[in-house]
Structures are given as C-alpha cells and as structure tokens.
Design a protein around this ligand. Structure first.
Ligand code: BG6
Length: 485
C-alpha cells in the first residue's frame, strides 16, 4: 500500500519531537508500509537536503535507544521531503496537489494530512484542502489536540471539518489511546473472562485515575496559561481512560462499536452544578518546592506566566456514572504538574468481603493498572502469612510487568501506533466528534464555575501530591488515594 503523509507544521515541536521519531521507529520495526513519502511543509524556504540535515540534528535530542545511526537516518530520510507553504494561500495548495500527483507508479493509495500546526489554523487548512479538491475518499486528516477550548469552539472546528470531510476521514488524536498500556485495558476487560462479572457496582467500591507528572510547564507557559489542567488532561486523556474502564462490552472490535459505547459513558456522567463543583472539584497551582531532591520554581515564577495567574496546574474531581452498572460508585480523577512522581495509574478498589471471619483491620482487594512509567498490572490479594493462629491477613501482590513479559517483541509507542493506524485507516483509537463534544459539554460547568469564582486555585508545594483538599474530598467518602494507603 503506497501512502503520502503530509505534516503541516513540519518544523514545529510536535513534528520533530514526536512524529518524525515515531515514524522512524515504525520504519526501524519494518512496520512502515513501503512506497511511502513523508512531506513536511512550513513557512521557511528550504531544500529537501537542508530539511533532512535539520531533522538529523534534531534527532540528537531523541532518547538514546531511539536515535538512528547515520546510515539508518540516510535510508529513512530518503523518503522525507520538504516544501514551503503559506497556509492561507490557495495556490500553495494547488502546488501541493501537483506534488501529490507527481509520483512514480501513480497517485498514492492513501494521503494523510496531519495538522501539527497551531489549532487556530485547523479550520483554514481544512477549508483550503476542500477548495483544492484534496478531500477525495483516499484522504484522511489527522487533528491534534487541543480541539477547541470549550464546547462552542470544538463544535465550530467539527462543523468545518465535516463540511469538507466525512467523519470516517477525520482522525482526532488523543495520544493516550495509542499507549500500549491503554490498549491492554481493553484486552484486560474484554479478552479475559474473570474480570467482567466483578466489573460493576456490586463488587467495586470506587475507581481512581491518576495522571501525575513531575515536570512543570517549562517553556510552555504562554500556551498552558490559557489552557490549564482541566482542558489539557481531564477533558481528553482522563475522560478517555474513564470511558474505556466503564463502557459496556462492545459487540465487535470495530471503531464505531467501541466509540458508541464510549459515548454512552460520557452521556451517563453525572452533570456538574455550581454546588457540586464547589464540593467535588479541587483545583490547585504549584508553588516552589522540591522534586526528586531538586529545588524547582513555582508556577507563577515560570517563564512568561502572568504574575496574577489563576491557571490550575492540578485538578482532582469526583464523579459518578448514572447507569445500572455503576450507580453510586465514585470515580475519582486527578492530574497535576510538579507532583511527587511521574505516575499514571488506575486503581480499582474492590469492596470488602461481606462478613469478616479474620481478625485485624479489614482490607479489600485492589487492582492497580499501571500505565506509565511502567506498564503492568498488580492484583492485591489477602493471604495468611502462615504464622500464629488468629493472625490478621496480609496483602500480597500478583505483579505483572508487561514490558518484561513481552520483552522479546518490539512494543509500539503511542504516536507510532496512531500514525500507522491513520495510514491504514483504522479509527478504533481515534476520538469521534460526538465523544469529543460530549466531553466538553461535561467539563463546561466546571470552567464556568471557576471563571465566576472569587477563590483562587489552592496552592500546593511542588513535589507533593497536590492540595490537602484533594485528600479530604476522597476521605469524605471513607477512601484514600493510593499513596496514602
Ligand atoms: C499532553 C499535554 O496532551 O500530554 C501535556 O498537553 C502533558 O501537558 C502530556 O505533559 C502528557 O503526556 P504523557 O504521554 O507524557 O503522559
């Protein structure tokens, strides 16, 4: 299958940091279909050779084992081309069309346009592609987040995209869906018989999703300050994880069968009111502190962050899913920058046994789904240590490390997986417009409550697990976050 893959924003951070290295990995793993061309477009005038030399230089910043040797780079770069484009000019799209048509063996089977540009250009680029006739059925368009900053702006983008492309041509990226650990979540639930009977309110006391980062906002201050943790991580990544955890078993592994089920979960989320935002959502902002033994500045001291900023760098919230399977089960979601560790995990806390015959504090089973940095599963069981009669039970762990278990096979990274799927036309791991809009609809009351609130975000020290109020929120239901157990 031949393909042409065009990166708008070809000199941008996303392209050289994530997309090109991911394509290179796909190439190295022998997964990139042969007969492909990769075209980077951006504003500067430069030759293919100059762009390749620049890219080679940028690859020096890529993680050691993922860096190409000179020889590997030469072979990979032979498929990489560069063209200057002013994205507002119709004639530049006509030239792009000519470039796509000029190809040994005729036009490619698939053309993928990847919008790795600033989001304010998405609608313009889509409209121009449509006007140039570059929206024929062989075309796919990949859109990177942020797709809008609220419901109205995301609906506007989707309307324009739909006026040019069919929904099946639109590939909305949420890179968390490409992570191997997240795909394992589907495998865990729908490829194994023994979890499903327990995967419901009768057996599960609560579920906690943590997406913690130890890094701060770094040089992304200007972008981040207009975004905040709710839009940056909760509206997309955390909610996507929640849908995968909570959805009903889809009838097939087809994209729409899965996306229909995910949408039902989003629609069943309990809507927020001003009162429930005040009670069930905690927002925080980091102050100076210590992360891994190193002193780090607070958010307000980061580059180009306004001194009075009320932008949240931390969110913890409690929600419920209003359906038969989950009624009354709290789902806690939390994310933050400059927390104690980089750690993304889901903890499923099971209920205690209905009648205790062993002495000591009553504990319950836990399933910990580790997303990163490790990719694995921990099932906490209770066992007798075999000591004195009447001894309390002790927790023991069944510990599965997927990186080790599958160490012989090349594990495919998130962007590599998603790029290969976009080329192959597989939509399973991409977000449909109705899911995305429903997610915005659900977070909007929180955004609204914050914008009218006089209370600033709660401060927390860099290197901690966020404001104490996040622990208090969970404690109110009689639970604790995993690091407090
Ligand atoms: C991005 C956010 O979507 O996800 C970033 O914009 C965040 O702020 C990143 O750092 C986290 O992704 P990962 O894969 O490193 O957990």
């Amino acid at each position: 299958m031949s393909f042409d893959l065009v990166f708008f924003g070809g000199t941008g951070d996303l392209t050289w940091r994530k997309l090109m290295p991911a394509l290179f990995q796909a190439y190295r793993h022998g997964k990139l279909p042969g007969g492909g061309r990769i075209l980077a477009v951006a504003r500067d005038e430069q030759s293919d050779e100059k762009y390749r030399a620049w890219l080679k230089d940028r690859f020096q910043d890529v993680e050691g084992a993922k860096r190409p040797s000179d020889e590997e780079f030469e072979r990979f770069a032979a498929q990489v081309f560069y063209r200057r484009m002013d994205l507002s000019q119709g004639e530049h799209y006509a030239k792009l069309k000519e470039w796509l048509a000029t190809r040994e063996g005729g036009p490619a089977d698939t053309v993928v346009f990847y919008l790795a540009t600033s989001p304010h250009l998405f609608t313009q680029v889509c409209e121009q592609l449509g006007a140039a006739g570059l929206n024929h059925p062989k075309v796919r368009v990949v859109l990177e987040k942020p797709l809008g900053h609220d419901l109205a702006s995301s609906q506007h983008i989707n309307r324009v995209v739909r006026s040019v492309f069919e929904e099946q041509q639109a590939f909305r990226i949420d890179h968390y869906l490409g992570k191997p650990s997240v795909q394992n979540l589907m495998a865990l639930r729908f490829g194994n018989a023994f979890f499903e009977p327990l995967w419901r309110r009768e057996s599960i006391a609560n579920i906690q999703i943590t997406l913690a980062e130890s890094l701060g906002v770094g040089t992304r201050g200007p972008f981040y300050d207009g975004t905040g943790a709710l839009r940056d991580m909760i509206q997309n990544h955390a909610l996507q994880l929640l849908t995968m955890l909570a959805m009903e078993p889809p009838a097939t592994n087809d994209a729409d069968a899965i996306r229909d089920e995910k949408l039902k979960v989003l629609r069943a989320l309990k809507p927020f009111t001003p009162e429930s935002v005040a009670r069930d959502v905690v927002r925080g902002q980091y102050r100076a502190g210590n992360v891994n033994g190193q002193a780090v500045p607070g958010y307000l001291e980061e580059q180009k962050v306004p001194a009075e900023s009320r932008c949240e760098t931390f969110v913890a919230l409690r929600t419920e899913i209003q359906n038969w399977r989950w009624a009354g089960v709290p789902f806690y979601l939390r994310t933050g920058k400059r927390l104690a560790a980089r750690d993304a995990q889901i903890v499923v806390n099971f209920r205690q046994v209905p009648h205790a015959i062993f002495p000591g504090p009553q504990r319950a089973n836990r399933l910990i789904i580790k997303l990163q940095p490790e990719d694995g599963l921990e099932l906490e069981l209770l066992a007798a240590k075999g000591g004195a009669h009447g001894e309390a039970l002790a927790p023991v762990k069944l510990d599965l490390d997927f990186d080790k278990a599958f160490s012989g096979s090349a594990r495919v990274g998130a962007y590599e997986r998603l790029l290969l799927d976009a080329i192959a036309g597989k939509l399973n791991l991409f977000v449909r417009s109705d899911e995305q809009e429903q997610a915005w609809r659900w977070v909007e009351p929180i955004l609204h409550a914050w914008s009218t609130s006089t209370e600033p975000p709660r401060p927390y020290n860099a290197g901690s697990w966020g404001p104490a109020a996040a622990s208090a929120m969970v404690a109110r239901d009689g639970f604790t976050w995993p690091e407090e157990v």
